[in-house]
Design a protein around this ligand. Structure first.
Ligand code: SAH
Ligand code: SF4
Length: 436
């Protein structure tokens, strides 16, 4: 979602004379878009800020020009004042729900006297209503935020505090943005939300629509060929969406459905409001409707109070599901969340070992999933050039990176049928069936 927000900020600033630059050494404006989900991400913000300070100092010394520095995103939301205190060279702090105000905040920066601009409001008029910036360029694949925030309050998670209450963007605003993306050549859209499948809005027939209906509506755009969505919550996986995975050929056979733990004790402590059995039932159902679907997920190891037995339950759930891919993390204490003051925090060494066991298992499942695609024909959307000569990188319907080679100079944005010849941990290689 930060990637999407960064793109929208770029769109927003273009009419004000800004353009993206690969090199921050001579940038007039540096926007650091930050993540607060785990402590490591927050630490990164402060180390990046130190690096930026050196850059802007060097620029000032050489050219006499002063760069404007803005910190955006969830660390800005949660620690705005602290950022200003610890890093006084920062001019602007702007939260994820107020970055539509970035042009005005920049205009207010006084180039000589430092004045601080903080905007971390949750505005009454949602940012999307004010974000009318023109979209001029995207690659063949783009993100589109349709839902933000969360009301579920899992005890480990900062999202409800940093991104705010659950909010679904209205249908028309989504369709309008999808159209803009398609007009600039986008062929694949990934719908985004912290709980994207909680999306709901009044539909064209005035009835309440869920994500399945929205995907069906977006499928009506001929030029849009692949649709994806992430991240989903098990409790919001309704039958309409499950059916779309069977009936809608543009909806990719990939589902990222985090469970976090395989232990019901831990799930309860996490306030997930589902059991491991509930989760397994959903997976079974979705496989009934679409047997080839690739399942992905998220796991947290070492939540306070997690015992060896709980950890074994997580390994057992992973074995039962047999994931195509998954993310796993060590529990990270987040200030202000209930979990941070729970008793029985887990020793770091134990967390490391549990993470290792979970990741080894997931790695082997991912490799066997990838290997199963060898000798099959897969339609791939070509996204960009690779590092080697004549090499391209595309994405499979199952969300795998696929390497291919062609002398054709203009393959980016094409859909190509590939015969998969090799499979690795994180990628596949394929040959073009009919090179043209
Ligand atoms: N809404 C999604 C997840 C969004 S947050 C869901 O409910 O499943 C993305 C992922 O970050 C989570 O799935 C979780 O695995 C991880 N995460 C969130 N808070 C964390 C924490 N405090 N420590 C470690 N991982 C965390
Ligand atoms: Fe965080 Fe997801 Fe739980 Fe919401 S449902 S609190 S986003 S982990």
């Amino acid at each position: 979602m930060n990637f999407y927000d960064s793109e929208r900020m770029t769109d927003l600033l273009k009419p004000h004379g800004y353009q993206l630059d690969d090199n921050e050494d001579d940038a007039d404006l540096i926007v650091l878009n930050t993540c607060h989900i785990r402590e490591k991400a927050v630490e990164k913000t402060y180390s990046e800020l130190g690096r930026i300070r050196d850059k802007i100092k060097a620029r000032k010394a050489i050219t006499g020009k002063r760069s404007i520095v803005a910190v955006a995103g969830c660390v800005a939301q949660a620690q705005g004042k602290e950022i200003m205190k610890r890093s006084p060279w920062v001019d602007i702090v702007v939260g994820p729900q107020s970055y539509q105000n970035l042009p005005e905040l920049i205009a207010k920066v006084d180039p000589i006297n430092k004045n601080k601009n903080i905007n971390i409001d949750f505005p009454i008029i949602p940012k999307f209503d004010q974000l009318n910036a023109k979209i001029e360029e995207r690659g063949p694949s783009a993100f589109l935020t349709i839902q933000e925030g969360c009301d579920k309050f899992c005890t480990f998670c900062v999202v409800p505090y940093t991104r705010g209450a659950e909010y679904s963007r209205p249908l028309k605003s989504i369709i309008d943005e999808a159209k803009k993306l398609i007009d600039v050549g986008v062929k694949e859209i990934t719908l985004l939300g912290q709980n994207v499948n909680a999306w709901s809005s009044k539909g064209l027939d005035n009835l309440n629509w869920g994500l399945g209906r929205l995907i069906d509506e977006l499928s009506k755009f001929d030029e849009l060929k692949f649709i994806r969505y992430t991240t989903s919550h098990p409790l919001d996986m309704d039958i309409e969406l499950i059916k779309s995975h069977r009936d809608n050929k543009k909806l990719m056979p990939y589902l990222h459905l985090p469970v976090q733990s395989g232990s019901d004790n831990v799930l309860k402590l996490m306030n997930r409001k589902h059991t491991s059995k509930d989760y397994l039932k959903i997976i079974e159902k979705i496989r009934d409707y679409n047997p080839e679907i690739a399942i992905s997920g998220d796991f947290i190891v070492g939540f306070p109070g997690e015992t060896d037995k709980d950890h074994m339950s997580t390994l057992s759930l992973i074995k039962q599901v047999n994931y195509a891919h998954a993310y796993s993390f060590k529990y990270s204490k987040r200030p202000g969340t209930p979990g941070s003051v729970f008793p029985n925090h887990i020793d770091e060494d134990i967390k490391n070992f549990r993470l290792y066991e979970v990741q080894e298992l997931l790695r082997s499942q991912q490799l066997s999933f990838n290997k199963k695609t060898i000798n099959s024909i897969i339609k791939v959307l070509v996204l960009k050039k690779g590092k080697k000569k004549n090499q391209y990188i595309g994405r499979s319907p199952f969300n795998q990176s696929v390497y291919l080679s062609s002398k054709n100079e203009n393959l980016i944005g094409s859909f190509i049928d590939l015969n998969i010849t090799e499979a690795f941990q994180n990628s596949l290689t394929g040959n073009i069936l009919l090179d043209f």
